[in-house]
Design a protein around this ligand. Structure first.
Ligand code: ADP
Ligand code: ZN
Length: 227
């Protein structure tokens, strides 16, 4: 479970909000030892600056809308050029639109990376339940779930003891808008990636424990590397 991948590869992990992309990305990062790039985390970090751009981002994110392609494309392009990405990386929550997908495929090809695409499928009723129970540690980034992975002490982070919070965009009416944004803007990626002759896999994100799902995804990537 710990050797580095033989070829430099990007794993594109996408699925609806609450499908478990972030949880999976962290587990896969541990097993394949490649960088984890979460555009959601990068945007939340940027938001905290509180400057004009931070406020624009915050308004969109808190409202369940996507930020502009141009901004995330630029952020990701800068990030994948860093040395820790040379051996490969996981894209978590990016691309999220057809335009982002076209851009990243072109950039990956230009940089000599192969890619594997995994679509995490989860029923919307399960998603709504999961997101409503999600709790975040703003200090260290740990994520808990009241139903499936509760903190040991109520409202307090197991790792750093900071108070846990509910993300503004995990409130119910915002969750609905995020699912609408997913349907309209991200779901078309399924067709895009399956039609391109890419290594495209659908993985059920609700039928097994997170560890088992992560092992399955790591296998898919290893098989691809052995070709
Ligand atoms: P989730 O996948 O659970 O919705 P994320 O943390 O990935 O959560 O994203 C949170 C929010 O950040 C999104 O609802 C959106 O507003 C913004 N965001 C993240 N990634 C992108 C992206 N690639 N393009 C546009 N907006 C994004
Ligand atoms: Zn913490």
């Amino acid at each position: 479970m710990s050797e580095a991948p033989q070829a430099a590869r990007a794993l594109i992990l996408f699925g609806p909000p609450g499908s478990g992309k972030g949880t999976q990305a962290k587990l896969i990062q541990d097993c394949l030892r490649i960088a984890h790039i979460s555009t959601g985390d990068m945007l939340r970090e940027r938001m905290q600056c509180g400057d004009d751009l931070g406020q624009v981002i915050k308004r969109l994110v808190d409202n369940g809308e996507l930020v502009t392609d141009e901004l995330v494309n630029r952020m990701v392009e800068e990030r994948i050029g860093r040395p820790d990405c040379a051996a490969g990386f996981i894209l978590d929550g990016y691309p999220r639109t057809l335009s982002q997908a076209g851009t990243i495929c072109q950039r990956l090809a230009a940089r000599g990376f192969g890619w594997v695409v995994v679509h995490l499928k989860v029923d919307y009723n399960i998603i709504i339940r999961r997101l409503a129970g999600r709790r975040h540690c703003m200090k260290c980034g740990a994520v808990f779930n009241l139903a499936s992975n509760p903190p040991k002490v109520a409202d307090s982070c197991d790792k750093c003891s900071a108070a846990l919070t509910v993300r503004e965009d995990d409130k119910e009416q915002v969750i609905r808008r995020r699912l609408e944004a997913y349907d309209a803007q991200t779901r078309p990626l399924i067709e895009f990636f399956s039609a391109e002759g890419n290594a495209f896999h659908e993985v059920d994100g609700a039928q097994a424990a997170p560890q088992q799902i992560a092992m399955r995804i790591c296998e898919l990537i290893r098989n691809r590397n052995g070709e």
